[in-house]
Ligand binder design. Structure first.
Ligand SMILES: [Zn+2]
Length: 441
């Protein structure tokens, strides 16, 4: 890719200029591009020829005691992050130069020695170290024009999370050891450092781990960890494929496969209905317990909101799982290249009629997952330019029909008389686009 050109197969049509131009306009897709399991991007120095970092995410099953500690760790990480922002701001107001993370960490150690902050000693040093690095990184992103001015993390709205030292993390088939969770250093108390994993034998034992990160999504704790692995050696030999991604069906392939819309399935419809009902229930409860113009949160509301969260997570999981199934199936056919249209997701999100459908289909996610799976398997990933008229062109004779409406589901060519399904026509065009590009290179 362009920012860390480690994949010689990656083509960004239009070159670097195109990339720079579009980076700001379609945040969604680009966030995906910048985040091919972001470790590779962040840890560019580790990325050499033949080495690739895959990210895995596994759910933890903490005991009560452990879960309390996890919240403490996350809270401390937030404290250190906010402290670093504050220090940087004050420093700037005093007219001094920007503080590096080394200096900040030195100041933080001084802070620890104050009696008021002695509680910081109960939390692993690596947690605050990484949080301060993050804060400095947030400023760096801002200075490079990649992000807005860093803001304080909030206990109520930000997802609790923290980093663990990659050198000290240990895996067995069933458990993971996180450093410093146990309160005591006594040998018979060390079991508290070991967390049960929800999936056994998922994370390889004795691998090289990168940036392990623990986060809470409102219901469960997860561990995300990067693992070094070799590139796939053999290059896929089968013919390339192109996909027209859309709202009605997820994707239509150039060799005729149709991947339907998961949201039309019975299960998802059922869950969506239940979700809507529950939302109404919660809203009613809020109105009922309103006192003097103020909404109050009762225990029953908290209970229902938890149910609501569970349901929406279930829906998200079903959708993401479907995308994983589709992309894996495509990649397993080992096509030599894959063409997708450059989706302008954030642009399409502005269209209120399309916004919900796109969100429910997780199109940006499809794009992102497709891309990294291509990268993992040595498949050339091609994005067609956004202005390439894939739907308006006739795939048989190349005639461009200017007045094609979104409601026209079949393509009638005035020039050669071809009658083709609209999405299939588009995917064939995308295929030709990719084929031409491959031959020219
Ligand atoms: Zn035609």
């Amino acid at each position: 890719m362009l920012l860390y050109s480690r994949n010689k197969f990656f083509y960004m049509v239009g070159g670097i200029d195109h990339w720079k131009r579009t980076r700001k306009t379609h945040g969604q897709t680009c966030a995906g591009l910048l985040r091919p399991e972001s470790l590779a991007f962040k840890y560019g120095e580790y990325v050499k020829e033949g080495i690739m970092i895959k990210t895995l995410r596994v759910m933890l099953i903490p005991s009560n005691e452990q879960s309390t500690r996890l919240f403490q760790f996350a809270g401390t990480a937030r404290f250190a992050y906010n402290w670093a922002l504050e220090a940087e701001k004050k420093n700037h107001e005093a007219g001094n130069e920007f503080l590096s993370d080394c200096e900040l960490r030195r100041l933080f150690t001084e802070l620890k020695q104050e009696e008021k902050y002695s509680w910081l000693y109960t939390i692993s040093n690596n947690v605050t170290k990484q949080a301060i690095k993050d804060a400095v990184g947030a400023f760096a992103k801002f200075f490079n024009g990649l992000a807005k001015f860093p803001r304080y993390k909030c206990r109520r709205y930000d997802r609790p999370s923290f980093y663990v030292d990659s050198g000290k993390i240990k895996f067995t088939g069933t458990h993971v050891k996180l450093e410093g969770i146990a309160h005591s250093r006594r040998k018979n108390r060390q079991y508290a450092n070991w967390f049960r994993l929800a999936e056994h034998d998922r994370v390889p034992v004795n691998a090289k781990y990168f940036m392990p990160r623990v986060s809470f999504d409102g219901l469960n704790w997860y561990l995300t960890v990067g693992i070094e692995c070799g590139n796939k050696v053999s290059e896929p030999k089968n013919d390339g494929e192109a996909f027209d991604v859309g709202v009605k069906v997820l994707a239509v392939g150039s060799s005729g496969q149709v991947y339907g819309n998961i949201n039309n399935s019975k299960r998802v419809k059922q869950l969506k209905k239940r979700l809507r009902r529950l939302q109404r229930k919660v809203s009613r409860k809020y109105n009922k317990n309103k006192k003097g113009g103020r909404y109050r949160k009762t225990r029953n509301i908290i209970k229902s909101e938890k149910q609501l969260l569970k349901l929406s997570h279930q829906l998200t999981n079903i959708r993401t799982n479907y995308i994983h199934q589709v992309t894996t199936e495509i990649v397993k056919r080992e096509p030599s290249f894959i063409v997708l249209e450059d989706l302008n997701v954030s642009g399409m999100m502005k269209n209120k009629h399309l916004a919900r459908a796109i969100q429910e289909q997780k199109l940006a996610e499809f794009y992102r997952i497709m891309q990294y799976k291509c990268e993992w398997n040595g498949i050339k990933f091609i994005t067609a330019d956004r202005f390439y008229a894939s739907s308006k062109t006739c795939s048989r004779c190349g005639n461009v029909k200017r007045d094609l409406k979104l409601s026209d589901r079949t393509y009638h060519c005035e020039h050669c008389g071809a009658v083709i399904d609209r999405d299939f026509n588009a995917s064939v065009n995308l295929y030709n686009y990719g084929k031409k590009l491959i031959i020219n290179h």
